[in-house]
Design a protein around this ligand. Structure first.
Ligand SMILES: C[S@@+](CC[C@H](N)C(=O)[O-])C[C@H]1O[C@@H](n2cnc3c(N)ncnc32)[C@H](O)[C@@H]1O
Length: 199
């Protein structure tokens, strides 16, 4: 295990096993915080090291956060980071798919999921040390986000919102704006080229 800094916090990392959080993802935290006002049920989907969940919990003391990841290594690391920051009472790490292991109604869904196309793997030598399943997905790479958008429509509270990171772009919208969030995801998918750097 090693450590890194993220959003002013020191986090444990597990290089080669769990995606090391990138500075660009601090913008995801900052945008998510703009949608918060008081108590909130939040899902951090694809939590990896737990970086986003821990940073949100530190900055939003009334938030309860459900951090999910399909990777057992990620869930273990996220739990370690949650515990080391004394947040186990408000940040619940669950291993599982997307929103499967979280409560039915959420005020905010935050995600930095895999978005790079598998066929582009050789074009990202800077990612050679990251777990493949953490950064690459089949087809055009945006399948996980399409599934999350479909699931989120039923899970967000009426005044809930969703904040996503794709490359260095943060896409956000209220529940009423999910159609335009989907359009933006499709626009990015259409533009996705090997020249885009990973965030
Ligand atoms: C790009 S990494 C980002 C990790 C962390 N959110 C961050 O910003 O540092 C994506 C994470 O999503 C997880 N993941 C991939 N597919 C998933 C799914 N269907 N449900 C939950 N987590 C998933 C991966 O295991 C990986 O840890």
């Amino acid at each position: 295990m090693t450590a890194t800094r993220f959003h002013g916090l020191t986090l444990l990392t597990h290089p080669g096993h769990v995606m090391t959080p990138r500075p660009a993802t601090e913008a995801l935290v900052d945008e998510a915080l703009r949608w918060l006002d008081g108590p909130a049920q939040i899902a951090d989907v694809g939590t990896g090291s737990g970086a986003v969940a821990v940073a949100l919990a530190q900055a939003a003391p009334e938030a309860e956060i459900w951090a999910t990841d399909v990777s057992p290594a990620a869930a273990a690391l996220a739990r370690a980071n949650v515990q080391s920051h004394g947040l186990s009472d408000r940040v619940h790490v669950r291993q599982g798919d997307l929103l499967g292991p979280v409560p039915p109604e959420l005020d905010l869904i935050v995600a930095n999921l895999p978005y790079l196309p598998q066929p582009h793997r050789a074009l990202y030598p800077d990612l050679v040390d990251e777990p493949v399943a953490a950064v690459f997905a089949g087809g055009d790479g945006l399948g996980p986000y399409r599934r999350l958008l479909a699931a989120g429509a039923d899970r967000l509270a009426p005044d809930g919102a969703l904040v996503l990171q794709i490359h260095r772009t943060i896409v956000a919208g209220s529940r009423n704006e999910l159609a335009s969030v989907s359009e933006e995801v499709e626009r990015i998918a259409a533009e996705q080229t090997p020249a885009l750097a990973v965030a």
